[in-house]
Design a protein around this ligand. Structure first.
Ligand code: ASP
Length: 439
């Protein structure tokens, strides 16, 4: 077995957490490649090292006092080194970091040092090789990830390396500058390493026992999803469910490698297995519910719209000109409605309205704001009768008015639009019908 293990920030926030991580790695010989994040929060009031690094760099590059923040960062690592009784001295590392901060080498460089140093600590603690991600993960000059170059280099390098620690989150551009993925990007590094070594499994260790059917801030103690497909995960993540970085599925998806979300603090829990496809029946008809607030709708009416070829293109062309992407577009005979992110729309509101009048000459345009979208996702919905009816009945019982309905013919999701103020109640009502009572 070849397993890549990625550990999130809270799994590596202290010496105690490092010990749990080492126990997990040693419990399975297949766990050969380790991708660490930077130390995260030790408790609710704590700060993530990555955030401290950004603060410190901003202060240093603006000529403000930064030494206290740098000390705080150093203390975090020293505490781990002491707790693990490691024979490691970071003087030289911190001297280079400080010089680079003063020279203003870039925020990406600053942020990356969290993972870089944690990687050095982890490699020393496990007694295995450290590979600097800057040598094996590549970006172009605009900061776009170069997947194929990276894959070639990593594949070659790791073919001769039995075990290694490769820090997450960053890599380098051709000019040698350090570049990072967006926040939470160590998940992507784990996935890239898994692809390069043709791993049997990519384990992503975090502080929750898997992907939940619904947001625990909305539904009390929601069930954990045991198995989910990449496609379902993509839909739920897009709609706001967050455990894994959205882009982390792409490298492993190419190879059909499963991702297993596990809890470092509860390794006995099953976690969630993310797969390309599966015959395993989901426990309920739906796999998950997620959603987002903050949309607005633009309703457009025009007599004989149905026979006007190109009407939709003209409307969407105006949005494109303004750089606005749309989410959904249900239509009637002489009407169409476009759902758009409210903040994006508001920045260009009047230009959009004027543009549509000019391009498509509608009879009437109406706007409604403060709407939310709720997505009910599940591979089990395909071909099963009555799922939509149950969603709508749940909302009707909860006295929630539905503003929009969208179900693609893939039948793997149903999206409903509701008012922002009804958002939480809508999710609870749907959860209740499909999971709690299962009527
Ligand atoms: N340390 C980075 C962050 O806080 C990356 C990661 O943890 O994945 O976003």
């Amino acid at each position: 077995m070849k397993i890549v293990v990625k550990f999130g920030g809270s799994s590596l926030a202290s010496a105690k957490q490092f010990k749990k991580v080492a126990d997990i790695i040693r419990a399975d010989k297949g766990r050969r490649y380790v991708v660490p994040s930077a130390p995260g929060k030790r408790n609710d009031k704590d700060e993530k090292v990555t955030d401290l690094l950004y603060q410190c760099y901003d202060a240093a590059s603006q000529g403000k006092s930064y030494k206290k923040i740098l000390e705080k960062i150093r203390d975090r690592y020293e505490e781990i080194i002491d707790g693990l009784h490691l024979n490691l001295n970071l003087d030289h590392q911190f001297q280079i970091i400080e010089e680079n901060f003063q020279a203003g080498v870039g925020r990406d460089y600053a942020a990356s040092r969290g993972e870089y140093l944690n990687g050095i600590l982890m490699a020393a603690y496990l007694g295995i090789e450290f590979i600097d991600a800057a040598d094996v993960v590549f970006f172009d000059e605009n900061g776009n990830f170069l997947s194929e170059e990276t894959n070639r280099e990593l594949e070659e390098r790791l073919a001769h390396t039995e075990r290694a620690v490769i820090p997450g989150f960053y890599g380098s551009a051709k000019d040698g500058s350090i570049r990072t993925f967006s926040r939470g990007g160590s998940d992507i590094t784990g996935s890239i390493v898994a692809r390069a070594i043709h791993a049997d499994l990519y384990e992503n260790w975090t502080d929750v026992s898997g992907f939940l059917v619904a947001d625990p801030r909305i539904v009390e103690d929601p069930e954990v999803i045991e198995t989910i497909t990449y496609k379902e995960l993509r839909e739920l993540s897009y709609m706001g469910a967050s455990v894994l970085h959205e882009d982390a599925i792409f490298p492993v998806r190419k190879e059909g490698i499963p991702i297993h979300i596990r809890n470092t603090n509860r390794p006995q829990d099953k976690g969630t297995l993310i797969v390309e496809n599966t015959c395993r029946k989901p426990r309920h008809i739906i796999t998950g519910i997620a959603g987002k607030k903050g949309f607005c709708s633009m309703y457009i009416e025009k007599a004989m719209m149905n026979s006007e070829v190109g009407f939709g293109r003209k409307v969407l062309g105006v949005l494109e000109e303004q750089g606005i992407s749309f989410e959904h577009m249900p239509s009637g005979i002489d009407t169409m409605t476009v759902f758009i992110h409210q903040t994006e729309f508001m920045a260009h509101e009047q230009q959009v309205i004027a543009g549509i009048h000019r391009a498509a000459a509608p009879d009437f345009i109406d706007l409604e704001s403060d709407l939310a979208l709720v997505a009910v996702v599940g591979r089990g919905m395909k071909g099963s009768r009555g799922t939509a009816a149950r969603v709508f009945a749940a909302l009707a019982h909860a006295r929630i008015n539905i503003k929009m309905i969208d179900q693609g013919s893939s039948e793997s999701n149903i999206i409903v639009g509701v008012r922002n103020e009804d958002f939480e109640e809508a999710i609870r009502a749907i959860y209740d019908v499909f999971v709690t009572t299962e009527i």
